[in-house]
Design a protein around this ligand. Structure first.
Ligand SMILES: NC(=O)c1ccc[n+]([C@@H]2O[C@H](COP(=O)([O-])OP(=O)(O)OC[C@H]3O[C@@H](n4cnc5c(N)ncnc54)[C@H](OP(=O)(O)O)[C@@H]3O)[C@@H](O)[C@H]2O)c1
Length: 343
């Protein structure tokens, strides 16, 4: 079976990762690749990492791609720009996996507060499915529009949801200290990401309330029926890819949290709860679609949960392909090697 695919925003970091995954996928076939400032060039001119069949394709302009011959469109575009392309693809009867934030917030006010924008198509917000795959499979399988979760929310919600569902966590005192490699900020040139500015340096950013805090609170609440508030402080660190979230939690029966998480994810190929006492590293998941989770109980009522993902894989393009596999009834692991690139 071959399913025709278009990738819009294919010259960015998540777009390039989509090309890498899709060109090795047994069922999806890239028919169209689109860009913005790089439109008109050959893929190989813009993405030196791509050596597969896509290298010789010419990049179309995102607005020009009318995907008449594709069944699925991945939109790896900046928020706001993505919404227009998503609408066009849906109107043409295509399935869409959107990597931007444009359809992640069913609550319009949250979108406006987090992104400071009016949403151009608020009527579509209620029909998208938030694609945290392990917790949304049945809905993902039925929808035409998956809103792929943000990278930080993926790293936080995977460990948090099972604990919240068991009502083991105090929902008003969740502190998240998170670190991201610089690919999380995308490929567009920015002064504070120049080598001299970021090398040997670290910075907190996004305070007082980073955009992803709204997403975490909205979906932690939606999945568990509780009013969840997080104090979320992200940091950018001199690393290319990878994300580590350290989640400080108060609650009860902390000594049971490890078994709660182990049970929740025992059959999940892409979520690995480490043995008690072991903590994850970004190096062990780099280049893979895995999330690794470690739990340490500090007392009966306090625990630290550490979660690691590759921001470009489980935090973006890997989870996008995982969702696409579910949308088309394919093996969820198709095209998603389980192993990391290590060391
Ligand atoms: N980076 C991550 O770790 C990560 C994780 C999760 C989700 N996301 C989300 O995924 C999306 C893509 O992120 P990224 O990091 O891949 O971004 P990026 O590296 O900056 O790439 C952006 C892509 O969109 C194109 N583009 C830029 N402005 C455009 C416009 N106005 N209209 C149409 N196309 C435009 C660019 O084309 P040209 O190169 O031709 O200019 C490029 O292909 C964003 O919404 C981001 O928030 C990113």
């Amino acid at each position: 079976m071959s399913i025709g695919v278009a990738v819009l925003g294919s010259t960015g970091y998540t777009g390039a990762e989509l090309i890498r995954l899709l060109d090795a996928h047994p069922h999806f076939e890239i028919l169209h690749l689109a860009a913005h400032s790089q439109a008109g060039k050959k893929v190989s001119e813009v993405l030196p990492s791509i050596a597969s069949q896509s290298a010789n394709k010419t990049l179309a302009k995102a607005d020009d791609v009318l995907p008449h011959d594709v069944e699925l469109v991945f939109t790896a575009l900046p928020h706001a720009a993505a919404a227009k392309s998503v609408k066009k693809a849906l109107d043409a009867g295509k399935k869409v996996v959107d990597l931007s934030a444009d359809f992640r917030h069913p609550n319009l006010i949250n979108y406006q507060d987090a992104y400071g924008l009016e949403h151009p198509f608020p009527e579509l917000l209620g029909s998208s499915v938030y694609g945290l795959t392990e917790h949304a499979r049945e809905d993902v399988a039925k929808t035409n529009l998956v809103a792929n979760p943000g990278c930080y929310p993926t790293s936080v919600l995977l460990p948090l949801i099972p604990l919240l569902k068991q009502k083991l966590v105090e929902t008003s005192s969740i502190i998240i200290d998170a670190k991201s490699g610089t690919s999380g900020a995308g490929r567009a040139a920015k002064t504070d990401l120049l080598y001299c500015e970021i090398n040997e340096s670290m910075a907190a950013y996004g305070l007082p309330k980073h955009r992803h805090a709204w997403e975490m609170e909205e979906w932690a609440g939606a999945y568990t029926g509780q009013d969840v508030q997080v104090r979320f402080v992200p940091h950018i660190i001199p690393m290319t890819r990878g994300m580590l979230s350290t989640i400080h939690l108060n609650g009860k029966k902390c000594e049971q949290w490890h078994s709660v998480l182990s049970d929740a994810y025992q059959d999940e190929p892409f979520v690995n709860v480490l043995p008690l006492g072991k903590l994850p590293t970004t190096g062990a998941v780099k280049g893979s679609n895995r999330c690794e989770i470690g739990v340490v109980a500090l007392s009966e009522a306090e625990a630290v949960v550490v979660s690691c993902i590759d921001n470009l894989l489980k935090g973006a393009s890997g989870q996008a392909v995982q969702n696409a596999n579910v949308m088309f009834g394919l093996d969820e692991m198709s095209g998603l090697s389980i192993n990391a690139a290590w060391p």
